[in-house]
Ligand binder design. Structure first.
Ligand code: SF4
Ligand code: SF4
Length: 105
């Protein structure tokens, strides 16, 4: 079963929640992180093998030389309100969003 909401003028609105980001496609540009008002995702460093090293706290954070590149990770999916702003700014179309009511609890 799906559930929907309405906007202030009564128009139908279907929240589409961010559930994941393709780590191979994400370039870590940070656009989604900047537009999201809910702190759903954060930039993380990964090493040469693709293992996540942790939250990246700035350009100078190289994880003791282990950093290969930075990607975005959906680390707080439960905070998402499904506004869709992150999808609109992503240049790589590497996010997965699922309509309200279709996510297994
Ligand atoms: S859909 Fe909205 S609330 Fe959810 S992660 Fe994207 S920008 Fe944040
Ligand atoms: S906007 Fe897209 S490419 Fe950029 S960090 Fe977010 S998910 Fe990755």
């Amino acid at each position: 079963m799906t559930s929907s909401c309405v906007t202030r003028d009564g128009s139908g609105w279907m929240p589409e929640y961010l559930t994941s980001i393709d780590q191979l496609m994400c370039i870590g540009c940070g656009r989604c992180f900047k537009v999201c008002s809910r702190e759903v995702m954060h930039p993380h460093g990964i090493d040469d093998a693709g293992e996540i090293l942790g939250v990246c706290n700035g350009e100078e954070d190289d994880f003791d030389g282990e950093l290969n590149r930075v990607i975005m990770v959906v680390d707080f999916p439960g905070r998402c309100i499904g506004c869709g702003a992150c999808a609109r700014v992503c240049p790589k179309n590497c996010q997965t969003h699922i309509a309200s009511g279709t996510i297994a609890e």
